[in-house]
Design a protein around this ligand. Sequence first.
Ligand code: NA7
Length: 590
Amino acid sequence: MGGDKPWPEVPVGNKDHTSAAVVIVGAGISGMCMAIDLIKRNNCRNFIIIEKSTGVGGTWNDNRYPGCCCDVWSLLYSYSFEQKPDWTREYPGQEEILQYLMTVAQKYNLYQHIRFNTTVDEARWDDEEKKWKTAVSVSGAKDAEFCPKYTITSDFFVSAVGQLNVPRYPIIEGLDSFKGKTMHSARWDWSYPLEGKRIAIIGTGATAAQIIPELAPSAKSLTVYHRTPSWVIPRLDRAVPPLERSLLRYLPFTRWKKRAWQMDFRESFFHAVTDHTSSFAEQMREWNRTKLRDELPERPELWDVLAPKYHPGCKRSVLSDDYYPALGRENVRLETRPIVGVTETGVRVAKDSFAYPAGFETEFRTEEEYDVLVLATGFRAVEFLHPIRVTGARGRPLAELWRESGAHALYGVAVPGLPNFGMLYGPNTNLGHNSIIVMIEAQSRYLATLIGTVLEARRKSEGRKTLALAPKESVTAEYNERLQRELNASSFADPNCQSWYKDDQGRITNNWSRNAIEYQELLAQVRWGDYEVEGDGAEVVRRKGEVTKLGRVVEETRVPDAVWMGLSALGTAALVGGMAIRWLPRLRAR
Ligand code: NA7
């Protein structure tokens, strides 16, 4: 395919349908970022992106529930190399984000690499060949008629499935027996009309806090099954006026400056969600207290119910200005008694807030009937890569590698025992305070260097030599011990809350322990001593020396405000002058 360009510049074509330099799993923000880095940094187009759904966008393609939007400012929630100047709101909605991602995919010609409607079942490292064998199933009906399953051989395997990929359905007795409509928030059915319906929603996390204000006005009734309150703080969203959008487009330094302010603020927010003794954490408590009283003035009985009893940041904070007012509506009821089961027609709860054991006498329960059951119960976030079966060197399954100590990886991107394997948004890379794209870009840049080195060994020997890179166990263990020490001293570890940041043993497997800039700095170089190097192409690594420096994307404020003001004044004058030169002759001619 693609003419006579040399490997790996040429995309995979019909004849080499089952072999590629790189297989990427997932066409969301991180899979796309990885693909773009392969193109830009490695001059590599010989990659395949496997995508289970019908479109790009990952979580923004999956999550289409009413009110779905991002809780990071729009300008910061875009790639640093593809900034979008014309976001319509300060906080972007799902449809606008998805549109943005589709535009980026088109710009970089990514569609030709993506195999939609295709699911990875298994990825297995072949010790002999030093390559990955990725077994996929095709769910697109027409394609599956002639090729329902096949295996791709690749030099490198990258998981870009992220942490919020597989919906978590709650384990509630009788859930499957419900005869009305059941929808998980990440599997929304827009063909089903909700107006005038009796709706139950289970969950009160960030997702539920966005859905509830959207459904409440047109529902006949809405019951919110509430277990643990979230820290709700002001959102202060607004439309971005057209003039401001023009300035952000035509004076790029205003865009960089606004982005830098946002980055500075978000980084300062780190202490709010990690250190419960910080003044910013106290500020969060104060915001929450004020909000409860201001937004539910007539409902003092809800103030204590909705006040979190754990450190700010231990669970994902909720930014919302319409969640509490929605809970105060007449047709909305907060149900705090524990759910004991779902029937064909409704939900049963214990008669009081005591958590009864399963099977306790039914007369102590009460039931309410519904037309619709909304499950805003989150994702299987701690089961990284679920349900893909990954097997590394010497036939060791990833599940076994992680059995004892939980999901972990070197810098969140590489796993001992899995050669030529990379992860984006992997273990301990989630943030509670800043844009995840900052982290993803750093990971993608780092992985592109590993991939580039593996491909270099193969290219230089015309495919005869192989190179296998896997992080050293000792280095990974040391890194993770320090990480866990820091996390255990943070608000995330508060035993009074359970969250998707922790696994069943209470080990924090999802969050990074420091701020985003420190992570960028950590990944701004590849220290080759971190890796076991195998294969007859190993001299490529030796020639690189101890460290390859990659640099990082600097998002925070570097230019002093005075310089920025001066540049703004000059830029505005130039813009106005330019417009005058363009339009004045036309006006005179009229
Ligand atoms: P979350 O944050 O995991 O929230 C899930 C919610 O569902 C939470 O309130 C849970 O209560 C509740 N839940 C789960 N199972 C049950 C059962 N069995 N009974 C009652 N309530 C239950 O998911 P979200 O989708 O809101 O957010 C995920 C992330 O997506 C978010 O942080 C953003 O980063 C984007 P619990 O708190 O466990 O008491």
